[in-house]
Write a protein that binds this ligand. Structure first.
Ligand code: ZN
Ligand code: ZN
Length: 603
């Protein structure tokens, strides 16, 4: 009788395991979150063959007593989690124990744990406890999961390539390291160190561990709050844009979540700063009273609903926007050969140290001491804890900086010296040499001008000497008629004129005289094509389209006086750094870089 029950439980475990444990990442996730729940501040994850052969997670947490160690792998173990919202109270990752039986059911598990008084070792094969004995572990927990899915070959077959499995694990551990900068994470695959953070609580340093020091230097701290929400984090300079959204990481009370609305507002904020289909790198932490969120959990993803999401979206938008508007965004050209070498160097050094220390891994002493691994690569960093610590900047300081830069031009005066291929203006000032794309620059100037005119509700207009007659398809004509008020609000005076035809009698005063018919056509095209009319988006689109149409082009010959005028007007724009499509308008060689390139300075 007892045996039958045991077998059915075994079966149930295997079935359940399929839901929770599909990838090696799921195992790592479960073990790491248990370690965090156990109040560890050092977590070491060692993999063999992307975890398919072996996963070892070692922590320095509170450990378990003998009873808990045995119960941990039983289905009957109860979860500490009372409600899903509990997850978002700090320090509760909630799933404690939930998936351990599932993992044990499809692998060989060895658990060593100690609560500081005495240690226990438990050996489990395919969900059955084989041996329980005392362990010499001093404090913490070490779990070895071997031969995942050895007894369910079908599942084994469904594992992705080792590369994909590993990429998922790295992605997950990166997110945890960013969520918990106070915990030291060490991730090793086949003895190669993939991530090594110091656990000292400096988020920027974690960013540099993950993305490299060059990128960390291009991350800007942000802080903002309203009545219900507080946001902190780092946003990248527009020039660091990537081709995937994967590097936009949203944390709620320190826990990584997915939320398409928040993601969208972040991407929109960078609109016109970076080209479409490129995305910034952002680590955004949202602190909120868990009462204000509603959590929905599926085994694989976490969905969150925020109350008052509009105020949160607004907060994120204005905080990031204000920041981007307060800094110099001219990309500097660097002969960064040396920087790359520098970085590779430190990486090799880490690996080298890892190899040296590899002998110690199984050594009893090191069992509980992660510090055997090379910890501090501080010496290779220019960033130190006091440097850019957002918590140390008070909100007032930040606002002051913002106001200061807001009232003056964002770039210094530049003096043109010539033009290359009738396209790139070369200019100079005391800081260095500048290259300006004449079309992109003119586009930015005109874009801001049209944006202002279109948003002003001033519908002063000019009468055309000869009205312009425009003919449309029957379908377009219907849409246009329905939206005619948009044109009227802009200052157009129109008149229906026969079948599917409109006469334009007056046009807004700010529309230049040349290319008038083409411009009107463009505007009407946008009116027809715009679904779900959103005034701001419409205005922006019209402004960008007209700016592109009506600005000097590449290959247009302009005089040095025109250049002077163009550069001065660019300097007076709100965002002189990019055209409305997100392409750069200016790049620079600093004096130092020029000297370096010509070997006038050596280093
Ligand atoms: Zn253009
Ligand atoms: Zn453009």
């Amino acid at each position: 009788m007892g045996k039958i029950e045991l077998m059915s439980e075994d079966l149930a475990n295997k079935i359940a395991a399929g839901e929770v444990v599909e990838k090696t990442m799921n195992v790592v996730k479960e073990l790491v979150e248990n370690s965090i729940d156990a109040k560890s501040n050092e977590i070491k994850i060692e993999l063999i063959d992307s975890g398919i052969k072996e996963i070892i997670v070692t922590d320095n947490g509170i450990g378990m007593d003998k009873e808990d160690a045995i119960l941990a792998f039983s289905r009957h173990a109860t979860s500490k989690l009372k409600t899903l919202e509990d997850l978002f109270y700090i320090n509760s990752l909630g799933f404690r124990g939930e998936a351990l039986p599932s993992i044990a059911a499809v692998s060989n598990v060895n658990l060593k744990t100690s609560n500081g008084e005495f240690g226990t070792e438990v050996e489990i094969d395919g969900g059955t406890i084989k041996e329980v004995k005392s362990s010499d572990l001093k404090k913490g927990t070490k779990i070895i999961v071997k031969n995942l899915f050895y007894n369910t070959p079908v599942r084994l077959k469904y594992l992705k390539s080792p590369y994909t499995e590993l990429a998922n694990i790295v992605d997950y551990v990166n997110k945890m390291a960013l969520s918990f900068p106070n915990i030291r994470f060490l991730l090793v695959n086949n003895e190669k160190i993939l991530l090594n953070t110091d656990g000292k609580g400096n988020l920027l340093k974690v960013i540099s561990n993950i993305y490299g020091i060059d990128l960390a230097k291009k991350m800007i701290p942000i802080v903002g709050e309203n009545e219900d929400y507080e946001i902190t984090g780092y946003v990248s300079y527009p020039e660091c844009a990537r081709t995937t959204k994967n590097n936009i990481i949203i944390l709620v009370n320190g826990r990584a979540i997915k939320n398409s609305e928040i993601l969208k507002v972040i991407i929109d904020t960078y609109h016109t700063y970076i080209p479409e289909s490129k995305y910034p790198i952002i680590i955004l932490n949202i602190n909120v009273d868990p009462i204000l969120i509603d959590v929905n959990i599926h085994p694989t993803k976490m969905d969150i609903k925020f109350s008052k999401i509009d105020t949160l979206k607004d907060l994120i938008n204005t905080t990031i926007k204000n920041k981007l508007e307060s800094i110099n965004l001219i990309p500097e050209i660097k002969s960064n050969l040396s920087i790359h070498n520098y970085h590779d160097d430190s990486f090799q050094k880490q690996n080298l140290n890892a190899n040296i220390n590899e002998d110690n891994i199984d050594n009893k002493q090191s069992e509980n001491n992660l510090l055997e691994y090379p910890l501090d690569i501080d010496s290779t960093y220019n960033i130190n804890d006091n440097d850019i610590n957002i918590s140390k900047l008070s909100k007032n300081q930040q606002n002051m900086n913002y106001l200061e830069t807001k009232n003056e031009n964002r770039i210094k005066k530049m003096y043109p010296v010539g033009v290359v291929h009738a396209t790139y203006i070369i200019a100079e000032n005391e800081d260095g040499m500048f290259i300006i794309d004449q079309h992109a620059a003119a586009e930015r100037i005109n874009y801001e001008k049209y944006l202002e005119k279109l948003g002003s509700n001033d519908n002063t207009n000019i009468e055309l000497l000869v009205p312009i007659k425009l003919e449309f398809s029957n379908k377009d004509f219907i849409i246009l008629k329905e939206n005619m008020y948009i044109l009227l609000n802009m200052g157009f005076v129109t008149e229906e004129f026969g079948i599917n035809t409109v006469l334009i009698r007056n046009h807004p005063y700010w529309l230049p005289n040349y290319a008038i018919e083409e411009s009107i056509r463009k505007i009407i095209d946008i009116v027809i094509l715009t679904e779900n009319f959103d005034k701001y988006k419409f205005i922006e689109k019209v402004a960008a389209t007209l700016a592109c149409k009506l600005s000097i082009k590449a290959n247009d010959r302009i005089t040095i006086n025109d250049m002077e005028d163009l550069l001065e007007r660019l300097r007076n724009t709100k965002n002189p750094f990019t055209c409305p499509h997100g392409r750069p308008t200016i790049i620079t060689y600093s004096n130092y870089e020029l000297e370096k390139l010509f070997k006038r300075v050596m280093n």
